[in-house]
Design a protein around this ligand. Structure first.
Ligand code: SF4
Length: 377
């Protein structure tokens, strides 16, 4: 049987403190960490035994805060991944981190276990904005963590955020200048979204949030500053120095197979999408008793779902959608069905068309939901 590559995602659902805006699944009870790592190890082992033809091409350990976990447990998990899977073919091995949880011992654990990329959540260089987000780190914690990380890992992503309560265009410019002075290989720029079931959602009327037009202007000004400094804007929220585009995340946008482990982790394999329930207790109990963890979502995609996903995900990427090829593959003639809208978007500078490839411009990315929803089946 031919070997099939997949992206491996491992969720570490522990944070020292929950940030007010975050809806990623995590708990603050670290007394569970040892049992959780044991459960993860068991899950990884049974998966590798049951699917021997699948091999990881990328590994991404996210969360939560993977580096908040005890260094010995982190070491145990990483060693276990290498013993269960052939990681010689792993092209990119990323761990997410929060600046306040990086230290030399943990970086040593990561570097000695094949981790070759770090993703650091900086968010802002303004301490008052970090505190408005209820982050546990300050800008100087970030600077310390970043320079320490540089001694161990060559490829670093830094996340920054626009639309933070109290943020102004000037303070965002300062964050961008500060990050550019460090020249990380990759920068992700996220717009703060107020998600349901977060403290920010409950306080939404009291938060001093920049309005939608200001957020769109912020996004365009960050995009332009990063592009001028040599970063390739290859995906709506992602910028990389040439050759440093994220391989793992790109596989999501290109609809390649990925398999997630841990509560809330998502998978996409054999036209099926599923995710595990956001409950660490149920996850641990199920895996340690030898049964599959409970599912939250499970769906087998129809042809129509697959067509719509491909449109949505391709248009997030600057490489866009090759319309003649897409028509040949799916039978959906996007150009014929949407000629007037497409012509208007191109004349408004929101999109471009070259040799049949339809792409959104930076201004188009800023209103991508509107454009993409107009093209779906
Ligand atoms: S540290 Fe990251 S994952 Fe944890 S609550 Fe804050 S934003 Fe969410």
């Amino acid at each position: 049987m031919t070997d099939i590559p997949f992206g491996m995602y491992i969720h570490i659902p522990f944070c020292l403190k929950k940030c007010g805006y975050c809806d990623f699944y995590s708990v603050t009870d670290f007394s569970l960490q040892e049992k959780y790592i044991s459960a993860l190890c068991k899950h990884l082992e049974s998966f590798s035994r049951e699917k021997p033809s699948l091999y990881p091409q990328t590994v991404y350990i996210g969360g939560g805060t993977p580096t908040a976990v005890d260094a010995l447990l982190l070491n145990r998990l990483l060693k276990h991944i290498s013993s269960c899977f052939d990681i010689s073919r792993v092209m990119e091995y990323t761990v997410e981190t929060n600046p306040a949880t990086i230290d030399a011992q943990k970086l040593e654990v990561l570097a000695s276990n094949h981790v070759n990329r770090l993703s650091i959540g900086m968010q802002s260089s303004s301490d008052s904005e970090l505190s408005a987000l209820s982050r546990i780190h300050t800008y100087s914690d970030f600077l310390y963590g970043y320079s320490l990380s540089r001694k161990y890992i060559d490829n670093i992503n830094v996340d920054i955020m626009a639309g933070i309560p109290g943020q102004t265009s000037d303070s965002l410019d300062r964050t961008v200048k500060n990050i550019l002075s460090l020249k990380p290989e990759h920068i992700s720029v996220y717009l703060l979204r107020i998600e349901r079931e977060t403290p920010f959602y409950r306080m939404r009327t009291e938060l001093l949030l920049p309005d939608d037009d200001t957020c769109a202007d912020m996004y365009l000004s960050v995009s332009s500053a990063l592009e001028k400094s040599g970063y390739v804007h290859y995906e709506i929220s992602n910028f990389a120095l040439p050759g440093n585009e994220a391989i793992h995340n790109t596989s999501y946008w290109k609809r390649k197979p990925y398999v997630g482990f841990g509560p809330s982790a998502h998978s996409f394999i054999c036209k099926t999408r599923y995710s595990y329930k956001k409950n660490i207790y149920e996850y641990i109990n199920a895996v340690l008793s030898g049964v599959m963890p409970p599912l939250d979502e499970y769906s087998v995609l129809t042809e129509k779902d697959a067509v719509n996903e491909e449109i949505m995900l391709s248009l997030r990427l600057s490489e866009g959608l090759d319309l003649p090829y897409f028509k040949e593959k799916t039978g959906y003639d996007i150009l014929e069905e949407n000629r007037q809208d497409i012509t208007e978007w191109i004349s408004a500078g929101l999109a471009s068309m070259n040799n049949g490839v339809f792409r959104l411009t930076d201004r188009g990315f800023a209103v991508s939901n509107y454009i993409i929803s107009g093209l779906l089946l």
